[in-house]
Design a protein around this ligand. Structure first.
Ligand code: VGL
Ligand code: ZN
Length: 220
C-alpha cells in the first residue's frame, strides 16, 4: 500500500446535479437552477484538485417510487425494512435525460462519479453508503476510500437536494472523519420550510456551513 499522494487536500463533492432535480424535472427542487453558476465557477476555479460527483441512478420500478406502491402518493412515507422511507415521484431513471449529470457543467474536471440507488430494492441518499437494505445494513459505496487514498482530509459539498442527499452525504462525511463543509448557497431543499431546523441539525452534527463567497483559499 502506498500512502496519500498529497500531504493534505480538500475535495469538492457535487451531489446529484441532474435535470430531474431542477425546475421542470420530475422531482424538481425549487430554485435548484440557481446553484448552477456558482457550482460551475467552483469547478473551474483550480481551487479543488479532487472533484467527485454523485449521480442518482434508479432502475425503472425502483422501490422509492410512489408508483410502485398501491394507494401511495408521492411524498407519502412508508415503513421499509423497519425504517421510514419517503416515496418519491419517478426520477433519475437510468439512461433518461433527467438522470444525466447536468449538461451545462464542466464534468471533465471530475475524477469519479458515484452512481447510487441502482439496487431496485434499496434507496441511497448518501454518496458514502446506501440506505438500509433488507438485511438492515447500510453498504458502503467506496467513496471514503477513494478520497482517503488521495490524501483528502476535508470535503466541501454542494448540489441537490440540501435536505436529502446533500444532508445525508454531509453527515456520513463527518462520520467517516472528514472535515466537512456545506456550501449553503450552492444547495437548495425539497422542503425549504425546514431549512432553519436543518441548519441547526447540521451544525450540531459537526457540519460546517459556509457561503461560496467565503471559501478559504489556502487549501488545496
Ligand atoms: C434525492 C430524493 C430522492 C436527492 C434523491 O438527490 O436529494 N432526493 N432521491
Ligand atoms: Zn432518488
Amino acid at each position: 500500500m502506498t500512502g496519500p499522494t498529497e500531504p493534505k487536500s480538500s475535495a469538492l463533492i457535487l451531489v446529484d446535479i441532474q435535470p430531474d432535480f431542477l425546475p421542470g424535472g420530475r422531482l424538481a427542487v425549487a430554485e435548484g437552477d440557481r446553484i448552477l453558476e456558482g457550482v460551475r465557477r467552483l469547478m473551474l476555479s483550480e481551487r479543488f484538485s479532487v472533484q467527485v460527483a454523485t449521480q442518482d441512478w434508479h432502475p425503472p420500478g425502483h422501490v422509492s417510487f410512489a408508483s410502485q406502491h398501491p394507494d401511495a402518493e408521492p411524498f407519502d412515507t412508508i415503513e421499509l425494512y423497519g425504517k421510514e422511507q419517503v416515496l418519491w415521484p419517478d426520477h433519475c431513471v437510468q439512461g433518461s435525460s433527467g438522470a444525466e449529470l447536468h449538461p451545462e457543467l464542466p464534468w471533465e474536471r471530475v475524477g469519479a462519479v458515484v452512481r447510487k440507488g441502482a439496487d431496485p430494492r434499496i434507496d441511497s441518499y448518501s454518496g458514502f453508503r446506501n440506505n438500509w437494505g433488507p438485511d438492515g445494513s447500510r453498504s458502503p459505496t467506496g467513496l471514503a476510500g477513494y478520497l482517503r487514498e488521495r490524501g483528502v482530509e476535508s470535503v466541501f459539498l454542494c448540489g441537490l437536494a440540501r435536505d436529502v442527499c446533500v444532508r445525508w452525504t454531509a453527515e456520513d462525511a463527518v462520520e467517516a472523519g472528514f472535515e466537512t463543509h456545506l456550501i449553503w448557497d450552492l444547495t437548495r431543499s425539497v422542503d425549504a420550510g425546514g431549512d432553519e431546523d436543518l441548519r441547526i441539525d447540521l451544525e450540531s452534527d459537526g457540519v460546517r456551513l459556509l457561503r461560496s463567497t467565503e471559501m478559504p483559499t489556502d487549501q488545496r
